[in-house]
Design a protein around this ligand. Structure first.
Ligand code: HEM
Length: 118
């Protein structure tokens, strides 16, 4: 079970990498638009994150930090809302507000920071 949990963590990290990587390409030298790859990465990170949020496959005595997980979930929901708002605007042919675009990258990095540091 511990190995399976590590595999799910690996999938979670791939989701994070796809979301942040796709965003970074757009932020630095790109058109600063939201892409399908960002939504795909976020969905992978979300599903794997929710699986990891349940207490299974942990080493003996290890405890879950539910405040940390809850905070990450709230931030993920905000990222999802921003991606949804921006994508809808793009479909109408409008440009995404810079604050909406940058917040997606900042909040994604924040969630990775919370995961690694808290
Ligand atoms: C964009 C959103 C997210 C990003 C960028 C992200 C990033 C990360 C990273 C980098 C790790 C590895 C940390 C380590 O092994 O030291 C991690 C682990 C983890 N994530 Fe996420 N995550 C996100 C969303 C979520 C969500 C929504 C949940 C659950 C509701 C979640 C639950 C977990 C759990 C349980 C772990 C493993 C244990 C831990 O370090 O707390 N994550 N996440």
């Amino acid at each position: 079970m511990e190995t399976l949990r590590h595999i799910v963590l690996f999938v979670h990290l791939i989701g994070f990498a796809v979301l942040f990587g796709a965003w970074a390409v757009q932020a630095f030298g790109g058109k600063r638009e939201f892409t399908r790859l960002m939504s795909i990465g976020m969905s992978i990170a979300a599903v794997a994150g929710l699986v990891l949020a349940a207490p299974w496959g942990l080493p003996d005595g290890a405890e879950m930090n539910y405040a940390k997980i809850g905070t990450k979930l709230v931030i993920l929901l905000v990222i999802g809302a921003l991606l949804g708002i921006g994508t809808a605007r793009q479909k109408r042919g409008e440009k995404i507000a810079p604050a909406v675009f940058w917040l997606v990258g900042i909040l994604t990095a924040t969630n990775a920071g919370i995961a690694a540091i808290w």
